[in-house]
Design a protein around this ligand. Structure first.
Ligand SMILES: [Zn+2]
Length: 104
């Protein structure tokens, strides 16, 4: 497993959302790669910072309605056919993971 692949999966790895073999592959890579281990620590710190230190604001009614409309669309129409490569970069992933946490 390459560093790029590991970095893309770090958040899912930390949250236990990877399949067992992917989870093991990431863990094995982290054991032998100081750079990715550092990235893992930074990602954990950032997650903790976002979850515990930033003020939580409820989503506006307009945002909730927009999200509900998107979620109720059939999955086949939502898919763009592109892979997770489009999510490269930390900010969009973190926004996806944390930005709408207060909606439900
Ligand atoms: Zn690495």
């Amino acid at each position: 497993m390459k560093c790029d692949e590991v970095r893309l999966q770090l958040l899912d790895y930390q949250e236990g959302r990877l399949r067992l073999e992917a989870q093991s592959a990431v863990r094995a890579h982290l054991d032998g790669c100081p750079d990715c281990t550092r990235a893992d620590v930074i990602e954990r710190d950032l997650t903790q910072l976002l979850e515990h230190r930033l003020p939580q604001h409820p989503a506006s009614l307009a945002l909730k309605r927009r999200l509900a409309a998107q979620w109720s669309e059939p999955i086949v129409q939502r898919g763009t056919g592109r892979g997770r490569g489009d999510l490269r970069g930390g900010a969009p992933r973190l926004l996806r993971a944390h930005g709408i946490a207060g909606v439900a």
